[in-house]
Design a protein around this ligand. Structure first.
Ligand code: 1CP
Length: 345
């Protein structure tokens, strides 16, 4: 795909665009009636992710409904722990539950070797989606950051504070580093295959970066994300694929995020003090409307969207997005309205 045809690729290339490209984190999901209609045919969410034709249909739903500037692969970040045989299931109203989590250091030693071909269903979905999209709409592939995958794999479920994970990390630093290394290697092989299958852009979700203090953030999260990005940038097959890093409320400064060598930083909704003058000409910026705004009136949605648009106006490489994913309680009409507001700004 040539950059000239895609607003999104232009912005990732740090160009000023006439109107900011727009897509939404979790743009496919339970808030859409057409998603729920398909979802109810599957008991287990992961079974749905393992069906490439269904993933293709789901990834296209928001493109057809809102005419967005990018599609994102329909899958989940927990496909990698699933391929490590940690027994990932999704429990109704509870989220992910691992039947076989990492509980002690020996569990890390005994992990099976990651075989990227176990996730062929993901690469097939990528190819199907890519073949179904208009030529000028790029496709984002993704993975969880090594740290975020580690947190779920130790905790065995979602949690507000990931206490079990924090305790494990404090008591077993060496094993934690080994687990992070295994996930970093797996992410590299996984993303490489997504790109080979047709992904135009990669987003790395460090959704639990907020659990770590400044020193641990560097040790357990950013260093591994940086190695992952570096491996992709050194590989001729993946070197030119732009990488977006979403890091939730990291306890670090702007330059530290820029130093990961990501091409774009995706800002969490409350990262309002992030200084774009430090980031200018170094990275593109994506974000960061508070998703809760989409629960409000149209007037308020417009007002809040304009605050964001005013703030980033003229920034070389700005992509409009939410500061976290769309939640199931959001009305799709408001998503359509917001898209129009951004386009007409
Ligand atoms: O039952 C259902 O319908 C499941 C809901 C759902 C969906 C639609 C889950 C379960 N995952 C997904 C898809 C998904 N997940 C996508 C593709 C859809 C799109 O973006 O259009 C992506 C990119 C993800 C990424 C993902 N999964 C993240 C990172 C983004 C973020 O929100 O920070 C995380 C943390 C997950 C884990 C996950 N998957 C699903 C749940 C309920 C959770 C746990 C969230 C938590 O711990 O609170």
């Amino acid at each position: 795909m040539s950059d000239s045809n895609s607003l999104f690729l232009k912005a990732l290339n740090k160009e000023i665009t006439k109107t900011p490209p727009i897509w939404f984190m979790r743009q496919a999901g339970r808030y859409m009636p057409e998603y729920r209609a398909i979802r109810k045919k599957f008991k287990n969410f992961l079974d749905m992710c393992k069906n490439p034709d269904v993933c293709c249909e789901l990834a296209l739903q928001p493109i057809n409904a809102f005419n967005l500037d990018s599609a994102i692969l329909f899958s989940d970040i927990l496909t990698i722990p699933d391929a490590f045989n940690l027994g990932v299931t999704f429990v109704e109203n509870e989220g992910p539950v691992f039947t076989n989590p990492v509980s002690k250091p020996v569990d890390v030693d005994n992990l099976i070797a990651f075989n990227p071909d176990e996730l062929n269903y993901v690469y097939e979905a990528v190819t199907n989606i890519k073949n179904s999209l208009p030529e000028n709409i790029p496709l984002i592939g993704f993975c969880g950051s090594p740290w975020t995958l580690t947190a779920y794999s130790i905790e065995g479920r979602s949690s507000k504070d990931f206490k079990k994970t924090i305790r494990f990390v404090e008591n077993n630093q060496e094993s934690t580093h080994l687990l992070l290394t295994k996930f970093t290697d797996a992410c590299y092989l996984y993303l490489r295959k997504q790109i080979k299958a047709g992904a135009d852009v990669i987003q790395i979700f460090d959704s639990w970066a907020n659990l770590l203090d400044a020193e641990n953030l560097r040790n357990f999260s950013l260093n591994y994300t940086k190695s992952l990005i570096s491996a992709l940038k050194q590989d001729p097959l993946t070197a030119n694929t732009p990488i977006i890093l979403f890091s939730r409320e990291p306890k670090c400064d702007e330059q530290t995020l820029i130093n990961t060598s990501a091409d774009c930083i995706s800002l969490y909704w409350d990262m309002v003090d992030f200084d774009i003058n430090i980031a200018r000409d170094k990275v593109a910026i994506q974000g960061n409307l508070d998703p809760k705004v989409l629960l409000e009136s149209k007037d308020l949605i417009k007002e809040e969207a304009y605050k964001i648009l005013d703030k980033y106006e003229g920034y070389p490489g700005y992509i409009f997005n939410l500061g976290h994913g769309i939640t199931p309680n959001i009305n799709p009409d408001n998503v359509k309205f917001l898209t129009d507001v951004v386009r007409e700004y």
